[in-house]
Design a protein around this ligand. Sequence first.
Ligand SMILES: Nc1ncnc2c1ncn2[C@@H]1O[C@H](COP(=O)(O)OP(=O)(O)O)[C@@H](O)[C@H]1O
Ligand SMILES: [Mg+2]
Length: 369
Amino acid sequence: MAEIRVQNLVKTFADFQAVKGANFTVNDGEFFCLLGPSGCGKTTTLRMVAGLELPTSGSILLDGEDVTFKRARERDIAMVFQLFALYPHMNVRKNIAFPLVSTGVGREEIRRRVEEAARTLRITHLLDKSVSGLSGGDRQRVALGRAIVREPKAFMMDEPLGALDAEFRHIMCTDLRNLHDRLGATTVYVTHDQLEAMSMADVIAVMNEGRIEQLGSPREIYDRPASMFVADFIGSPPMNFLHIEGTVAPGDNAIAIDGARIGIPVLREGSVETKLVLGVRPEHVTLTDVGSVRGEVFGTEYLGTMQIVTVRTPRGVVKARIASSIPAHAGENVGLAFQTDCLSLFQAGSGKVLASALHDSPMAGVSHG
Ligand SMILES: Nc1ncnc2c1ncn2[C@@H]1O[C@H](COP(=O)(O)OP(=O)(O)O)[C@@H](O)[C@H]1O
Ligand SMILES: [Mg+2]
């Protein structure tokens, strides 16, 4: 098994920097996700770790050994891609066995490993079937089987579920995580789908334009986003942003807006800030008669027990996730209240977080904004 350490990794194509100095460590046995929008540099990062692409600068250590200039086949890492290229003329058993055939592993050992992989993936009944008749999910299981039989130090997966429909994806997410737990293998998983990353990862690296914006557990990233980009990328609907002009100095726990005081997370250090954005997740917004941040209900989205109510305010559009039993009608003027111990405060220009209250503040409560 393996620990992967990536240091100041840079990749430049001609004059375009696709990866701008990535730093992260994947601990032995960890499920690590590279998450970000299309084009942010996920695949390039993964390919460098796997040895399929040479970095422009920086280094990659596998179990402490510098493998930056080693070829893929010398790294003992298995890749699983979205486009599972199976050999159509071979049956499932031969497809899974394929990576072992030319490696000098004996026939009996190959048979044992293939059958074990098939059991792990619950495709034993398909072993002697042709791959051409398989469903997308089963084809991806065969591709995973091919990676597993090698018993590699680590798995690299690049959007492996991208080609599956939503229902299969969901099942495969659970399967993949279970598989990971059984094998205990270090896994680096690339996806642009925040729900996939949130449901599977131990640690997520959120990437944006070639940079890692935040490294953390799904919970840390959700509760304490490091930037407006992360706050907006994670969550559905994402975090709401209220634009505030006021003065906040370190130590302040409230700010005056629209004639009322609204509780904010406390800046521990830094300087006086004047252009601020208050971030609040939809589940931390409630409708109230007394709120000073007011707006007009623009629409409601019924989700069963819950509903998403969209309110247009002078400070930005706010979505509230509230019980469906609470009346909210389009055109109605409502006040908003925010759960102060769950807010984030960002610098408007840079989008960087200044303070997050979640788990930070001993005080919990509701602020009538
Ligand atoms: N071989 C290449 N030559 C030139 N540009 C590339 C090459 N590979 C990737 N890029 C560019 O680098 C950026 C990051 O690509 P990629 O790592 O594939 O992103 P992601 O996997 O996050 O969608 C993109 O703008 C892409 O066009
Ligand atoms: Mg990609």
